[in-house]
Design a protein around this ligand. Structure first.
Ligand SMILES: C[S@@+](CC[C@H](N)C(=O)[O-])C[C@H]1O[C@@H](n2cnc3c(N)ncnc32)[C@H](O)[C@@H]1O
Length: 334
């Protein structure tokens, strides 16, 4: 297909706003789950989802133009390979991600991006009068969708991390800010002699128990509720995936210092994060903006990670790329 003229190419980028919201509606009404057994008409889907048939058809038709669904004759729709990932419960599901990214708490602050750039302060705090995680703690339904989304991302990244890093040399591994525990259970399956603890806010870590039990790891893995600004479990390895990027340098240092105090002799630290590289993966540079708007966090370069870690008593020892956009960043106490 011929490339569009530059002004149309630009317009197609701007229309990303419409695409994201339309996909989120498909996700919210679990359309992909209803299509899992085979194609259905817009009218059938509207009846199942209790939505307006005409409006739902227009959403499905639009989403089909970007490859998430296939439109067939008679206003009938089928899942494409991309759309399969809008199903719930499939490994790597993006259903909850599509939903939470367009939930008001996550969507509205983006309308204030220009002010964020002007002032250098996150839109979220200005708009909601508190930090994003304080807000989520007070809104359990939205937090549940967010945590489900994190687990969706985590499937790909956790499998990729254990392929490139040998976790089996650590006796006790603490996943700090470990959410619903998918990373740690993936690690413990690859490290059969290690034990683990998932550490997160009390209301979140409760959600890790089913993951641990389903993985058959209840004998080797526990959970602990608390704040990583105050404490971290004693461990030979502290792992943090997509934690440090949520916070500015001052707060990130506070978290790292808690791990540093709790690391056992000979122990280490592993961060699983995207690393900004010149000309590198655009995902890191775009996720960086989400951090800017929502939580005053940032994606960092390797040099920025080295400086941050040094300020908390660690030396960055290596950065190992994975087949996912995230890298394994290893550091040792100094
Ligand atoms: C971006 S999510 C990453 C979750 C998980 N590591 C993953 O990659 O799927 C950030 C996590 O930090 C947790 N968190 C936020 N504030 C916290 C705090 N003060 N103490 C402990 N955990 C916290 C959240 O509950 C959430 O699980």
């Amino acid at each position: 297909m011929q490339a569009p003229p530059p002004n149309i190419a630009l317009f197609q980028l701007i229309a990303g706003k419409w695409v994201a919201q339309a996909i989120s509606v498909v996700a919210r009404f679990r359309v992909a789950d209803h299509l899992a057994a085979g194609p259905k008409t817009a009218a059938e889907l509207a009846a199942i989802t209790n939505t307006n048939a005409g409006h739902l058809y227009r959403i499905l038709r639009a989403v089909a133009t970007v490859g998430v669904l296939e439109e067939q004759p008679g206003q009938r729709f089928a899942l494409t390979p991309v759309g399969e990932y809008l199903r719930s419960g499939v490994p790597g599901s993006m259903r909850a991600v599509a939903t939470y990214c367009c939930d008001p708490w996550s969507w509205k602050p983006w309308g204030d991006l220009a002010e964020t750039v002007r002032t250098g302060t996150p839109a979220f705090d200005r708009m909601f009068g508190m930090g994003a995680f304080d807000y989520l703690s007070r809104h359990p339904d939205e937090f549940a969708t967010f945590n489900e989304g994190m687990t969706g991302f985590s499937g790909i990244e956790s499998a990729a991390a254990v392929k490139v890093y040998d976790f089996s040399r650590y006796g006790t591994i603490a996943d700090v800010g470990g959410g619903h525990g998918l990373l740690l259970t993936t690690i413990l399956k690859a490290a059969p002699n290690s034990r683990g603890v998932v550490f997160d806010l009390p209301e979140v870590v409760a959600g890790a128990v089913p993951t641990i039990e389903t993985a058959g790891l209840a004998g080797r893995c526990t959970t602990q509720g608390g704040s990583f600004f105050e404490t971290a479990p004693a461990a030979d390895l502290h792992v943090m995936k997509h934690i440090i990027h949520d916070w500015n340098d001052e707060k990130a240092t506070q978290i790292l210092k808690c791990c540093r105090r709790a690391v056992r002799p000979g122990g280490k630290l592993v961060l699983v994060e995207m690393v900004i590289a010149p000309g590198g993966d655009p995902a890191a540079k775009l996720l960086d903006l989400e951090m800017m708007v929502l939580c005053d966090g940032k994606e960092r370069t390797e040099a920025e990670y080295a400086t941050l870690l040094a300020g908390a008593g660690y030396r960055l020892t290596r950065v190992v790329p994975t087949e996912s956009p995230a890298c394994v960043i290893e550091a040792e106490p100094v």
